[in-house]
Design a protein around this ligand. Structure first.
Ligand SMILES: [Zn+2]
Length: 124
């Protein structure tokens, strides 16, 4: 069976400070959406942005053109809602987590915005 790319395959698109957060998100996601796959994991404006294929999106992305029956559609919706809540929580947490080292951090507004702890931002 083809295993679609999941978060562990996309860790290197962001700093290692966020890797534990992403690994935990992956473990939470497989509990509610075992065959989820990643569209994109990136950093934008200082926070994580995670786009996934779950539920109905995955159904369509796999080339299905049939509309799922009501029971399946309801399961897809539950899956989508659960995954979206987990992703949202992780994105929020990234705004409080240094992308470079994982310590508590805050978004730093420079030429670009990065979420960093004092040490990694060069403060003392
Ligand atoms: Zn740091």
């Amino acid at each position: 069976m083809h295993v679609p790319e999941q978060i562990p395959d996309h860790l290197d698109f962001v700093g290692r400070g966020w890797h534990p957060l992403l690994t935990r998100l992956h473990e939470q996601l497989v509990a509610v959406s075992p065959s989820y796959s990643v569209q994109q994991v990136k950093e934008k404006y200082g926070t994580l942005r995670i786009h996934l294929y779950t539920g109905m999106l995955r159904h369509l992305n796999l080339g299905n053109t049939d509309w799922p029956d009501p029971d399946q559609a309801a399961r897809y919706k539950d899956e989508d809602d659960a995954a979206r809540a987990l992703v949202h929580a992780a994105e929020q947490e990234s705004a409080r987590t240094c992308e470079a080292c994982g310590n508590p951090g805050v978004p730093r507004d420079r030429a670009w915005i990065k979420t960093l702890c004092d040490d990694c931002a060069g403060h003392r």
